[in-house]
Design a binder for this molecule. Structure first.
Ligand SMILES: [Zn+2]
Length: 285
């Protein structure tokens, strides 16, 4: 593996934008978000896509996600060589491409290994990986230029409950983080989970006007109340206008979540009950 600073002769695989790819007319910025390419040229093979640029401004764009995780918290650091079984090559920790950042080159590399080299990742551990052994690498195929059809590929949930942690043996955290990239999880940031729950009912949605009526209904509000609707619209507008999000609400990128608490203590008022009656299979609990 070489950088622009080190000359390399012979057949090359160019990964990510470099002087060499620019000479051949390939620039990361020419790709749309999440788009990447695998290109075969006479002197080189190119793996490239749109990649996040590490600038102060980009580092500052924190976002907010499930469990108050930030974009930065999905740029995990791992000891790469140790994780893939070559501790003797270790050069310390490296930051993996952010799950929610553009990392087209990384996707191009994994797609290339899968599509043209027969590599398969059935799980995060060494035992789950199929890696055909060859003396030489001969690649035939057509150029690829694509982006995933699904723009949201997040099943990651919160740090205390990481996706696939307990499946296929017990992987280490670095193995798991690497596996998420190999599966190409991530994409456009989105978020969900409760946003109307005891905490926010106390601090944000505390207008007595739209609290749920009836006994034991303190963690719900009246979802049919026009003032509540207005309040939610105002919060969403504020967020998209760049204002900080009140604690307990969840929003990121172009996504603003509205999710009630986990119980069926719905408002007992006539207007809400009439609305509910329209759902003929509604649970009456
Ligand atoms: Zn009501």
């Amino acid at each position: 593996m070489r950088t622009d600073q080190e000359k390399a002769d012979g057949q090359r695989i160019l990964a990510g934008e470099s002087e060499a790819t620019c000479e051949l007319g390939f620039r990361g910025a020419d790709f749309a978000p999440q788009e990447y390419g695998i290109a075969f040229q006479p002197q080189a093979m190119i793996l490239i896509g749109r990649d996040w640029i590490d600038t102060e401004a980009n580092r500052r764009a924190q976002g907010r996600d499930i469990g108050s995780l930030t974009l930065q918290s999905f740029r995990q650091r791992i000891g790469y060589w140790k994780t893939v079984g070559y501790p003797e090559r270790s050069v310390g920790e490296m930051e993996l491409p952010g799950v929610y950042d553009d990392h087209g080159t990384c996707c191009a590399a994994y797609d290339f290994l899968e599509r043209f080299c027969g590599v398969r990742w059935y799980g995060p551990r060494e035992v789950n990986i199929v890696r055909p052994s060859r003396k030489t690498l001969t690649i035939r195929g057509k150029d690829v230029r694509r982006s995933p059809a699904l723009k949201h590929r997040n099943a990651l949930s919160m740090a205390s409950w990481p996706f696939m942690q307990k499946q296929w043996d017990i992987p280490s955290a670095p193995e798991l983080y690497l596996y998420w990239r190999r599966l190409r999880l991530g994409g456009e940031p989105w978020t969900a989970n409760h946003t109307i729950f005891p905490q926010t009912v106390k601090t944000v949605f505390n207008d007595p006007e739209y609290q749920a009526q009836g006994p034991g209904r303190s963690s719900q509000i009246c979802y049919s109340h026009p003032e509540l609707v207005e309040r939610l619209v105002r919060e969403a507008r504020d967020f998209f206008g760049g204002k900080p999000l009140p604690e307990g609400l969840k929003a990121i990128g172009d996504c603003f979540a509205i999710v009630p608490d986990d119980n069926a203590h719905w408002c007992a008022c006539d207007r809400y009950q009439a609305l509910r009656a329209q759902g003929k299979d509604a649970d009456t609990g």
